[in-house]
Design a protein around this ligand. Structure first.
Ligand code: GCB
Ligand code: CA
Length: 891
C-alpha cells in the first residue's frame, strides 16, 4: 500500500513537474507578409488575404538588392499570423523571442501594442502573457522597418542592410516563477570564472530570478555543473525569497573545480551548467536553463601576442558576413553551421564576428569547435552627433555582452569599425566637435563594456588613416587595436603592409595589435598568368594572401588576424567584378572554394592535405602552345607534403617540391575532357585528389585539320581568362594577329586613371550583363581583328561597353584608396566592315546605348575562297574600341 502511494505521489509530482518545464519552439512558418504600411495592419479586420505567404528566416531584399536598379526597398513591412495557443499554457509566462530582425520592430498582439526594438543584429524578446488568449487564435502583427535611421548604427557600411525577420522566432512558455527573460534577452544566467589554472578553477554564477505571481515565492536555486558526459561535478543550492513582481539576482559562492579540463582550441571541452529553481515547499522543478561553461584563461601581450591557457597561439582566421547566394541574410541554421565548419576545416582558430553579432548558432559552433571569437556591435563608418545615437549604441553593447556572456569562445568585445571612414566634415570647428563626440561614444562604449564584463578585452578597428584616430584619441581607448589594411589592393604598394605594422607597433607601445581585415577581391571566374592588383583574379588573390600571411607570421607582436572575408557577401552599392557583391571572400557567395582558401588550409592544418587548385575552373580554355597540339597552363597543387606528383590524362608530370604550401605544374591540356590526378605521401598517409576539367583548345593555325575550328571567345585589352559558368564557355586573353592564326591589329589596352596611376581595364559595373570582366577591358584604337578561319558560315559577335564616361565618375563609395578619377572623352564614332563589306558606318556606343552598358552585335558572315575573316574598324571621331569578340562556326 505504502509502495503504491509512493508511486502515485511520484507520478503526480513528475507529471506536475513536467507540466512546469519551460517550453520553447519556433513559430517561423506561414506568415502573411507585405511591404508598406497597410491601414490598421495590427488589427483583426485588416484583410491580409492578398499578402504573400512567407517563412522566417525571411528578407524582403534577397532579389532587389541584387538587381540592376540601384537601391533596395528600405521602409516598413508587416508580418501577420494567426496562431493558436494551447489552453495548457494558460497561467504560464509567455515570451516571444527574436534572434534578430532588421532593423526596427514593433510588435502587436491581438490588436494591442506589445513593444518595440531597435537594432538589426541583436536578440530581443517581449513578454506577451497578459495579451495572449489561450485555446484560441491570436493575431501576431509585426512591423519591421529597415529605413535609414540616423540614430541607429550602422548608418552606412559596405554590406547590404537586408530588411526582415531574418533569424528564428520562438515562443517560450514557463512558470511565472522563472529564470529571468527580461535582461536584454540574455539567458538570465551569468557565469564568471575569476580564476582558472591547470590545477583548479573557480566559477561564480549569477542567476536572475523573476516572480510574476501575485504572492511572494520561496525557491531553491540550484547550479549544477556537469562534465561533458553529464556526470555531476559540483552542485550548489541557495534559498531565495522573491516578492511578487520582482526580478532579483542570486550570486553563488565561488564554486571550485579541481583539475579542470580546459577549453582550448584543440580540445574545446565544455562543462554544462544547469540552472534550476525549485519550489521550496513542494520541491517541484519550476524552471531550468542550460549554459555552456568553458574553463580557460587567456592573455594578450603587446609584444608576444596571444596566450591561451598559458600557451602561445597565433590567432589566424577570418571575419564573416551572414549572407548567402540569392538568400540575402535569411539563412537556415545549417548554412551558418557550415561556415564555421569550413573555417575550422581550413585550420582557422579565430573568427571576427563582424560587423555585428550573429545567429546564436554561430557562437555555439565556435564554442564547440574551439574557435576564439571577437564579437562587435555595428558602429561603422560614422556616428550621428545625438544622444539618441549614443544611447542606442550603448544598449546594443549591453545586449551583445549579456547575450553571449557565457560563451567560452568569446574573448574580445568590439565596438567601432573604421569610424572615420565617412567623416561628414573635413575641417574646422565642426570636425573638432565631431571628433569630440565620437570620442565620447568610444569612451562610453569602452566603459560600458568593461563594466559589463571586465574579464574580456575590448577592441576597435581602424582604417589606414591613423592621424584621424589619433586626433580623436581613439587609438588610446580600446585594449586591442584592430587594423584593417589593404596595401596591394586599395593602395598600390603591397610592401607598405609590413611597414604599417611596424609603425603601429612602435607608435602605440603597450597596445595589442590584431590585423582585423586584409584581403583582395577575387571573382572566382577570373584567372590570370599576369596577376595584378584589382584584376579580381584567383592568382592575384594568392599573391596577396601569401604576402600578408608571411609578414604577419614573422611578427610575434601581431597577436592575430582575421582576413576579410570568409565568404563573398552582398553590398548593394558596390560595383566590382560581380555587381552588388564584395568578392573578398576566400569562399564564394555559395561557399565555393577559391584557391586562397586552399592556400590557408595547407598553411594552417597540421594533418596531411592535398588538393588540386583551380578547382572550380571547369570550363577552361587556351591556345595551342606545344608541338603536340596541347596548351600548357600552370595549375597549383596545394599540399603540406614535401613533394607532390601530378598526372594529366594518366601521364605523370613528375614530382615537384611544394613551396609555401603549393607546387605549380605546367599542365599540357588537350581539347575536351582532361583528368588531373595528384598524389602525395605525408608520413604514413597516402594522399590522392582528382579533378575533371573541360578544356576548350584553340588552334594557333585555324585551318589546322587536326583541331577543326569551332569557336573562339577572346577578351580584348586583357591578359585574363574568364569562365562563363552559365554556358560553360571559356574566354581567353587577346593575342596579336599572325598570318594563319587570329588576333588584333593595332591599338592599346584600355587603362583607367586612378589616384595612383593607371590600371588595366575598368572597375565599373556594366549594365545588362552578369559577365562584367568580359566587358571591363577593351582595345582602344583597334584597326582590325583577323581570324584565318576556313571557309564556312560564321556568327561573329562583337562586344562593347563604353568605359569612359563624359561625367566624372562618382567616387566608388567603398573604394578606400583615392582611386576613380575618370578621363573625359567626347563621343567616339567609327565604322565597321567585315571582309570589305561595310556593315555599320557610324557606330557610336555612347550615343546609342549610353555609358557602361553591354552591347553585343552578332553578324552572320560567309567566309569564301580561303580568305578568312577580317573585321576592320574605321575611325571617324575619337578612338575605335572593341571589348571582346566571339567567333562561332555555324557551318
Ligand atoms: C573595410 C571595411 C569592410 C569592407 C572592406 C572592403 O575596411 O571594414 O566593411 O567590406 O573594407 O572590402 O573594402
Ligand atoms: Ca537561427
Amino acid at each position: 500500500m505504502k509502495k503504491f502511494l509512493y508511486i502515485f505521489i511520484m507520478l503526480f509530482v513528475v507529471g506536475w513537474a513536467q507540466a512546469q518545464q519551460r517550453v520553447v519552439y519556433t513559430i517561423n512558418d506561414g506568415w502573411k507578409f507585405t511591404k508598406g504600411s497597410p491601414f490598421e495592419a495590427q488589427l483583426n479586420n485588416c484583410d491580409d488575404s492578398s499578402w504573400e505567404t512567407v517563412n522566417i528566416p525571411h528578407t524582403w531584399n534577397d532579389k532587389d538588392a541584387d538587381d540592376e536598379t540601384p537601391g533596395f526597398y528600405r521602409g516598413p513591412a508587416w508580418y501577420r499570423k494567426q496562431l493558436f495557443v494551447d489552453k495548457s499554457q494558460e497561467g504560464r509566462q509567455a515570451v516571444i523571442y527574436f534572434e534578430g530582425a532588421n532593423q526596427e520592430v514593433q510588435l502587436y498582439l491581438n490588436g494591442q501594442f506589445v513593444g518595440e526594438h531597435k537594432g538589426g543584429y541583436t536578440r530581443f524578446c517581449f513578454d506577451i502573457t497578459s495579451k495572449l488568449r489561450y485555446g484560441q487564435e491570436n493575431l501576431f502583427a509585426i512591423c519591421v522597418n529597415n529605413t535609414y535611421n540616423p540614430n541607429i548604427p550602422p548608418l552606412s557600411a559596405d554590406f547590404t542592410f537586408f530588411g526582415g525577420i531574418y533569424r528564428d522566432v520562438y515562443l517560450q512558455f514557463m512558470n511565472p516563477v522563472h529564470i529571468a527573460t527580461n535582461d536584454y534577452a540574455s539567458s538570465g544566467v551569468y557565469i564568471r570564472t575569476p580564476e582558472v589554472n591547470s590545477s583548479s578553477a573557480s566559477v561564480e554564477i549569477t542567476t536572475l530570478l523573476t516572480n510574476n505571481t501575485l504572492r511572494s515565492a520561496e525557491v531553491i536555486v540550484e547550479s549544477l555543473i556537469c562534465d561533458a558526459d553529464g556526470k555531476e561535478v559540483k552542485r550548489t543550492q541557495a534559498d531565495i525569497k522573491l516578492v511578487s513582481g520582482e526580478t532579483k539576482a542570486d550570486i553563488s559562492k565561488k564554486i571550485k573545480i579541481d583539475s579542470p579540463r580546459l577549453w582550448d582550441i584543440d580540445d574545446p571541452y565544455r562543462y554544462m551548467v544547469y540552472t534550476r529553481i525549485f519550489d521550496k515547499k513542494k520541491g517541484a522543478l519550476l524552471d531550468e536553463v542550460v549554459n555552456p561553461l568553458g574553463l580557460r584563461w587567456f592573455e594578450f601581450d603587446s609584444e608576444k601576442g596571444f596566450f591561451l591557457n598559458g600557451k602561445w597561439r597565433k590567432l589566424i582566421g577570418t571575419a564573416r558576413h551572414q549572407d548567402y547566394f540569392q538568400k540575402g541574410n535569411a539563412l537556415r541554421d545549417e548554412l551558418h553551421v557550415q561556415d564555421v565548419l569550413m573555417l575550422k576545416e581550413m585550420g582557422g582558430n579565430f573568427l571576427r564576428v563582424s560587423h555585428y553579432p550573429q545567429d546564436p548558432v554561430i557562437m555555439e559552433m565556435c564554442d564547440k569547435l574551439g574557435i576564439v571569437t571577437s564579437v562587435e556591435i555595428p558602429v561603422v563608418n560614422a556616428v550621428t552627433e545625438t544622444e539618441e545615437f549614443l544611447t542606442n549604441s550603448v544598449e546594443m553593447a549591453k545586449e551583445m555582452v549579456r547575450q553571449d556572456f557565457n560563451r567560452p569562445s568569446v574573448m574580445i568585445w568590439g565596438y567601432m569599425n573604421e569610424i572615420f571612414l565617412r567623416r561628414p566634415y573635413t575641417e574646422g570647428k565642426q570636425l573638432e566637435d565631431y571628433y569630440h563626440f565620437t570620442e565620447k561614444v568610444a569612451r562610453t562604449l569602452e566603459a560600458t563594456i568593461r563594466k559589463e564584463d571586465p574579464s574580456r578585452y575590448t577592441m576597435m578597428a581602424y582604417h589606414n588613416a591613423p592621424r584621424f584616430y589619433e586626433a580623436a584619441h581613439l587609438t588610446e581607448i580600446p585594449m586591442i587595436q584592430g587594423w584593417n589594411l589593404y596595401q596591394g589592393w586599395y593602395e598600390p604598394d603591397i610592401n607598405e603592409f609590413q611597414r604599417l605594422l611596424d609603425r603601429a607597433h612602435k607608435m602605440y607601445k603597450g597596445k595589442v595589435l590584431i590585423v582585423t581585415e586584409y584581403g583582395p577581391g577575387v571573382d572566382p571566374r577570373v584567372h590570370s598568368y599576369q596577376p595584378e592588383r584589382f584584376d579580381f583574379s584567383q592568382e592575384y588573390g594568392l599573391v596577396y594572401h601569401k604576402h600578408y600571411l608571411d609578414e604577419m607570421m614573422k611578427r610575434p607582436f601581431v597577436a592575430g588576424s582575421s582576413l576579410w572575408n570568409l565568404n563573398d557577401f552582398y553590398s548593394e552599392s558596390r560595383v566590382d567584378a560581380v555587381p552588388h557583391v564584395n568578392n573578398k571572400g576566400i569562399l564564394g557567395l555559395d561557399r565555393e572554394v577559391k584557391d586562397t582558401y586552399l592556400f590557408y588550409k595547407t598553411a594552417l592544418i597540421r594533418r596531411p592535405i592535398l588538393a588540386i587548385g583551380n578547382r572550380e575552373w571547369k570550363a577552361r580554355g587556351g591556345v595551342v602552345n606545344t608541338e603536340q597540339n596541347e596548351c600548357v597552363q600552370s595549375v597549383p597543387v596545394f599540399s603540406n607534403a614535401e613533394e607532390v606528383e601530378l598526372f594529366v590524362n594518366n601521364k605523370s608530370l613528375g614530382k615537384k617540391k611544394t613551396e609555401s604550401g603549393y607546387a605549380l605544374f605546367d599542365v599540357p591540356f588537350v581539347n575536351g575532357e582532361n583528368q588531373l590526378e595528384a598524389l602525395a605521401v605525408a608520413g604514413d598517409t597516402k594522399l590522392h585528389d582528382m579533378l575533371r576539367i573541360h578544356f576548350q583548345l584553340v588552334s594557333s593555325q585555324l585551318k589546322d585539320k587536326t583541331l577543326p575550328f569551332t569557336e573562339i571567345n577572346v577578351m580584348l585589352g586583357s591578359p585574363r581568362y574568364f569562365e562563363d559558368r552559365v554556358a560553360n564557355v571559356a574566354w581567353i586573353p587577346e593575342q596579336e594577329y599572325k598570318p594563319g592564326s587570329w588576333g588584333f591589329v593595332g591599338g592599346t589596352p584600355y587603362r583607367r586613371k586612378t589616384g595612383f596611376g593607371t590600371m588595366l581595364g575598368s572597375d565599373i559595373d556594366i549594365c545588362g550583363t552578369d559577365m562584367n570582366p568580359v566587358f571591363q577591358t577593351q582595345r582602344v584604337g583597334i584597326e582590325s581583328f583577323k581570324a584565318d578561319v576556313p571557309d564556312g558560315e560564321y556568327s561573329v559577335s562583337l562586344y562593347w561597353a563604353e568605359l569612359d564616361s563624359d561625367k566624372k565618375k562618382e567616387a566608388l563609395i567603398y573604394n578606400l584608396g583615392a582611386d576613380s578619377e575618370q578621363t573625359l572623352v567626347g563621343n567616339r564614332s567609327f565604322g565597321i566592315s567585315i571582309n570589305g563589306v561595310t556593315v555599320v558606318d557610324d557606330f557610336n556606343v555612347a550615343r546609342d546605348y549610353g555609358y557602361a552598358r553591354a552591347v553585343i552585335k552578332k553578324f552572320v558572315v560567309t567566309v569564301k575562297n580561303g580568305k578568312g575573316l577580317s573585321i576592320d574598324f574605321h575611325k571617324k571621331e575619337g578612338e575605335t574600341i572593341l571589348n571582346a569578340i566571339r567567333i562561332y562556326r555555324n557551318y
